[in-house]
Design a protein around this ligand. Structure first.
Ligand SMILES: Nc1ncnc2c1ncn2[C@@H]1O[C@H](COP(=O)(O)OP(=O)(O)OP(=O)(O)O)[C@@H](O)[C@H]1O
Ligand SMILES: [Mg+2]
Length: 244
């Protein structure tokens, strides 16, 4: 094993018209880590995920996964290179069943399985995320929380080395939050490295080894969760000058 990071992002840039959404973003993620990506609304967090996964093309910079360059590859190739994600605004296929939604990940992700084996693998995943009894319901019939579970199962079905979660814990009630935290921890313990965008600081403290903070498209702080969350500059960007 080398000490090289699993993911190395360098100088990532993206503008939308005159708005610099991401302005020279660097990040190293060690294999096996859970890294929290936090920052106020509009600071560029989701854009960073969209750039890493090839959802949108970067204006510049490099994204290396275990020394393989991802920047410039189409999203499906990045997925097959074992980077998976969930979406801040859930994107499942409403007319397909829970099982079919997750099957897509197993059939078209990294290391695709033949149909019968894929079905069995998907049923194991559905059980794990707590959807076994809703496997035959359509996406449209599911509650919001269950739709988020489908997205997690679909992402895991692609067999990722790196999983990117965009506010996956947002909107959960306190019981669901604890279940969600335990599930994320379990995924990491099974060997998946995780970057999680999250506004729920309880989850950041409970799960993350390392936290990075974005403000206006740039990284402004990084370190252990307790130290970063106690940083006055971090409080200032979250609350605005007047409240700090
Ligand atoms: N496709 C797009 N076209 C134009 N502007 C965009 C696009 N995507 C994001 N932006 C803008 O880029 C900035 C960063 O947005 P982004 O979604 O990355 O923020 P965020 O940190 O994820 O915020 P939030 O916490 O609210 O989800 C915002 O000003 C947003 O309006
Ligand atoms: Mg976002």
């Amino acid at each position: 094993m080398s000490d090289a990071p699993l993911l190395a992002v360098r100088g990532l840039r993206k503008s939308f018209g005159g708005l610099q959404a991401v302005r020279g973003f660097d990040l190293d993620v060690a294999a096996g880590a859970i890294v929290g990506l936090i920052g106020p609304n509009g600071s560029g967090k989701t854009t960073v995920l969209n750039l890493i996964t090839g959802e949108i093309a970067a204006d510049g910079g490099s994204v290396r996964l275990a020394d393989q360059e991802m920047a410039g590859l189409p999203a499906f190739r990045i997925c097959r290179s074992q980077i998976a994600r969930t979406f801040q605004l859930v994107r499942i296929l409403p007319g397909m069943t829970t099982r079919e939604n997750v099957l897509i990940g197993r059939l078209f992700g990294a290391d695709p399985a033949p149909l019968e084996r894929a079905r069995r693998d998907v049923d194991v995943l559905l059980d794990r995320v707590g959807l076994a009894d809703r496997a035959d319901q359509t996406g449209a019939q599911l509650t919001y929380i269950d739709q988020k579970r489908v997205e997690l199962a679909r992402a895991l079905a692609t067999r990722p080395r790196l999983l990117l979660l965009d506010e996956w814990l947002a909107g959960l009630n306190p019981t669901e939050l604890q279940i969600g935290i335990a599930l994320i921890r379990q995924v990491r313990d099974e060997g998946v490295t995780i970057i999680m965008i999250e506004h729920v600081m309880e989850a950041i403290r409970a799960l993350c080894d390392h936290v990075v903070v974005m403000s206006a498209g740039a990284l402004i702080a990084a370190g252990a969760p307790d130290a970063v969350l106690a940083d006055p500059e971090v409080a200032r960007v979250y609350l605005g000058d007047d409240d700090a």
